[in-house]
Design a protein around this ligand. Sequence first.
Ligand SMILES: [Zn+2]
Length: 123
Amino acid sequence: MVIVRDIELYSLCEHHLLPFIGKAHVAYMPTGKVLGLSKVARIVDLFARRLQIQEDLTKQIANAIQSVTQAAGVAVVIEAKHMCMMMRGVEKQNSVMTTSVMLGAFRESSNSRQEFLQLIRSK
Ligand SMILES: [Zn+2]
């Protein structure tokens, strides 16, 4: 399993035209093709640069990693703070939205999923 975690993410919410900012964690199970670190970050940036909703962004990154690597499995988790939430209520200053997409082996195997989730949580 290859994991690239804590990729900085800056995007723009398509509903409110306000930024959302956070981190993306990407993992895949290579079947031969391994991507450089910067390539993974570039794929994240490529999709983040568009007007987005976080759920779609997560899916688009996962599908792109899948099609470039032909991996046996791909997992993407995004944790982000949305300015549109922060500006519209004092109680929402610290809320973080988490989205995830699991493809292939990460969907089929709870062990792989757990391994990935543990590794992105560890310090
Ligand atoms: Zn919004």
